[in-house]
Design a protein around this ligand. Structure first.
Ligand SMILES: [Zn+2]
Length: 383
């Protein structure tokens, strides 16, 4: 049960606080991650919980504050490791990114390849990427389960992203015989399928709506395999989910409460708390009857103003009207409406109503018949 992260050391039956060194500033001082360790009196799993890697997404901080109480610790088996502010620079400036790393901070976690330090024409890892790699070593060494708290878009409903699970076809040892390589692939696939099965159980335990991440090719293109939770799933083989908690800069108290309840239910699934799952109330939970993945949809055919006709959480079918298209004077354009090309449900409207041609007007969860487990491209680890 001994667990130390930065300056915090877990104590049975207590909540302890500390800091983890992140990035040194050139003009003095540094950014440190706040660390909270909540440990029960009895042995049990270690559950990591993080928030605030995108500086405009604030609800997760409140979720962590409201979850970690003395009452929770009294009943707890095992340890919760919580970091409520993974990107202090972004939170401080209310920007998605940190001002000392040009790019999405949630695409910096390890992908299992060694960092490329030997090509002078390529940028070496930034200070933030190096720091997250250090943090990830602790996740890999201690976590049995991990959940990272985000927010999707203004007025989006609460849901979780379920990552695709990748496996290596090639043998890590290059000189193995063909038979050994095939055995290795079978073993790797079995391990990936086992993690994917745990992800399904974890989604059910949390009890909010579920959206699968993009299919493997787009998932890799978007560098989503280098998110916090994908690194946990695909490099460390730890069940991990990304929770999306509605509007980022204006947390909805109903979603915050429902997330706290969902997290306690995940802990019941892990055996960290006893008792039956508590009901998830006060939010929309969509059960469309089939698995769904995300897609930006209802792209406008011409420059226009849109009037949305459906709400986040609405279930829609192929052919249902999604939005009206008008010119700036209010006159109908095209055939007047854009209709859904898909069965599924509405995650959110895109921000704004003033659109150029080809811009999407909704983020939607559409029917997903694709596999949740798939191989890395054959050359992935060779480049
Ligand atoms: Zn986010």
């Amino acid at each position: 049960m001994s667990l130390t992260l930065g300056t915090a050391t877990a104590q049975p039956g207590e909540i302890t606080y500390g800091e983890f060194d992140l990035v040194e500033h050139p003009l003095g001082g540094s950014d440190r991650l706040p660390v909270i360790l909540a440990q029960g009196q009895h042995d049990g799993p270690t559950f990591w919980l993080t928030a605030g890697i995108h500086g405009v997404e604030h609800a997760g901080i409140q979720v962590i504050h409201r979850l970690l109480t003395p009452e929770l610790v009294r009943d707890l088996r095992g340890t919760i490791v919580a970091i409520p502010a993974l990107n202090p620079a972004g939170l401080r400036t209310m920007k998605r990114e940190a001002y000392y790393h040009d790019g999405d901070p949630n695409r910096l976690f390890p992908d299992g390849k060694p960092p490329k330090m030997d090509d002078p024409d390529k940028e070496p890892p930034s200070a933030l990427e190096t720091a997250y790699a250090r943090l990830f070593e602790h996740i890999q060494a201690t976590a049995n389960c991990y959940l990272d708290l985000h927010c999707a878009a203004t007025n989006s409903i609460s849901f979780v992203f379920r990552d695709r699970v990748l496996f290596r076809r090639d043998s890590i040892a290059r000189n193995r015989a063909r038979q050994a390589k095939d055995e290795h692939e079978t073993e790797n696939r079995a391990q990936a399928e086992a993690v994917d099965a745990k992800l399904g159980e974890m989604c059910a335990a949390y009890g909010h709506s579920v959206v699968n991440e993009f299919p493997v090719e787009k998932y890799l293109d978007e560098k989503l395999h280098r998110s916090t939770t994908s690194a946990a799933v695909n490099v460390a083989h730890i069940p991990a989910l990304t929770a999306e908690l509605g509007t980022g800069h204006m947390p909805d108290p109903h979603i915050v409460r429902a997330s706290v309840a969902g997290l306690r239910n995940v802990m019941r699934w892990l055996g960290m708390l006893s008792g039956d799952p508590e009901p998830i109330t006060g939010i929309k939970v969509v059960h469309p009857g089939f698995p769904c993945r995300r897609r930006a949809v209802a792209r406008v055919p011409q420059a226009c103003i849109v009037h949305h006709l459906v709400e986040p959480g609405d279930v829609v079918k192929v052919g249902d009207p999604l939005c009206e298209l008008r010119d700036v004077w209010g006159r109908s354009l095209n055939e007047g409406v854009l209709r859904s090309e898909y069965d599924g449900w509405i995650i959110s409207r895109t921000h704004g109503i003033v659109h150029y041609p080809n811009e999407a007007t909704f983020s939607m969860a559409i029917r997903d018949d694709g596999p949740m487990v798939g191989p890395y491209p054959d050359d992935y680890f060779k480049n």
